[in-house]
Design a protein around this ligand. Structure first.
Ligand code: AMP
Ligand code: AMP
Length: 369
């Protein structure tokens, strides 16, 4: 096995969200690393020894313009939340640079109705959804489409409240979901297509402004004050789940992966993903959303989490786990199992010379640790 093979490849990502975790993990696994940054972030990313190269672009949306340069450098892209925030699903699909993950999943993830169908087929419980404001018979949360970190979400108490606070949204795409009171638990998974194993990597609960602070003001003092809860994510806190709930968390992850193979044949969802749940006093998980890539809550666990420690005797962040999967694929000549190169603009792969490097191939199914 050629332990030096990863050095021939560069793992790259956009400089924001979970880039530090991804690039540190890539370096720990022996890859060359590249951060694509905007001018205001350049000095920050340069200050870390594990970032080998930097490319500066004026705005993240300019990313497609550097594709040829990335392909020349044998880059493997690891996407995170900023990719979906700044690039459209169409731009993702046009991108010819080898990409960790299955882009076909984006169509199911980015459309909230299709996402609901996916989670429903996996047998997961979801908050009730309302299609007409007139049908609202309980408190709801109104959510805009797209990964926006809770920005613009509205709490609506009843149908009258909707016309008062949310009617301006008519021209935007949104959904209205039953408001579930409980603990928001975000479960971070990794599914390996190489060994067919699902792992729970870590978990977090979000800290959101101002909703997580409203409890600091007694409700009697809130009366008469026109307070609107908002859900803008400010940070993340670690959480460890009651162990008796862990089996269900694991089964939910398995079900989501299983159904993804039916809806996006044949590779389905693989790599990092997150189930965003609210857990009620009855200890029931309600699924708010699925995120089909690394989420920022994993940044709490750059040095590993209590859960990753159960599977690995070394610090294993989600970012490092991604690099480990790419390395295992590389060493077993199975890169096509973990990379999406479907745009086909530049032929099957920009890695033709690397393929000629001779390695002993252990075959797919390389153990993760
Ligand atoms: P940024 O590059 O920080 O603007 O983030 C890109 C996308 O990821 C935005 O939609 C953010 O709202 C989301 N995001 C960034 N950090 C977090 C976080 N800690 N938790 C959840 N979402 C986040
Ligand atoms: P999301 O963008 O779906 O991850 O939601 C962002 C935040 O909005 C969550 O962390 C919750 O605080 C809140 N939220 C979303 N959906 C619901 C729901 N159905 N009931 C209660 N709160 C919710």
């Amino acid at each position: 096995m050629d332990k030096h093979l990863p050095q021939l490849f560069t793992i790259a990502t956009l400089g924001s969200h979970s880039a530090l975790q991804i690039l540190k993990g890539a370096k720990d696994e022996g890859f060359h690393t590249l951060a694509v940054v905007t001018p205001q972030n350049e000095r920050l990313y340069k200050s870390f020894a594990f970032v080998d190269d930097i490319i500066v672009i004026a705005r993240y949306a300019d990313f497609p313009a550097i594709e040829a340069e990335l392909n020349r450098r044998k880059v493997i892209l690891v996407p995170h939340g900023s990719f979906v925030a700044y690039l459209s699903p169409e731009q993702h699909k046009r991108m010819s640079t080898p990409y960790f993950g299955n882009k076909a999943v984006l169509d199911w993830e980015s459309d909230r109705m299709r996402q609901r169908e996916w989670l429903g087929r996996a047998g997961l419980k979801m908050p009730r959804q309302f299609t007409k404001a007139g049908d609202i018979d309980r408190p709801v949360i109104v959510k805009l489409y797209g990964a926006q970190g809770g920005k613009g979400y509205l709490f609506v108490k009843n149908a009258d409240d909707f016309s008062r606070t949310a009617s301006h949204l008519v021209r935007q795409k949104y959904i209205m979901q039953e408001y579930i009171i409980g603990v928001p638990v975000y479960i971070h998974y990794f599914y390996s297509p190489l060994n067919g194993k699902l792992e729970i990597m870590s978990m977090d609960r979000r800290y959101e402004s101002n909703v997580d602070s409203l409890g600091r003001i007694p409700s009697s003092d809130q009366e008469g004050w026109d307070l609107q809860p908002s859900y803008v994510v400010i940070g993340n806190q670690p959480i460890s789940l009651r162990e008796s709930l862990l089996a269900e968390a694991f089964h939910m992850g398995e079900a989501v992966v299983r159904v993804s193979r039916e809806i996006c044949p044949d590779r389905g969802l693989y790599g990092a993903f997150c189930l965003e749940t609210i857990v009620t006093p009855e200890a029931e998980f309600y699924l708010m959303e699925i995120s089909a890539r690394i989420v920022a809550g994993t940044n709490l666990f750059i040095d590993g989490s209590p859960y990753s420690y159960l599977n690995y005797d070394e610090p294993m962040s989600t970012g490092r786990r991604i690099a480990r999967e790419i390395k295992n694929a590389l060493l077993s000549d199975s890169l096509e199992m973990v990379l999406d190169q479907s745009s086909g603009l530049h032929g099957a792969s920009s890695f033709d010379d690397a393929a000629t490097v001779s390695v002993v191939v252990p075959g797919p199914g390389v153990p993760a640790n």
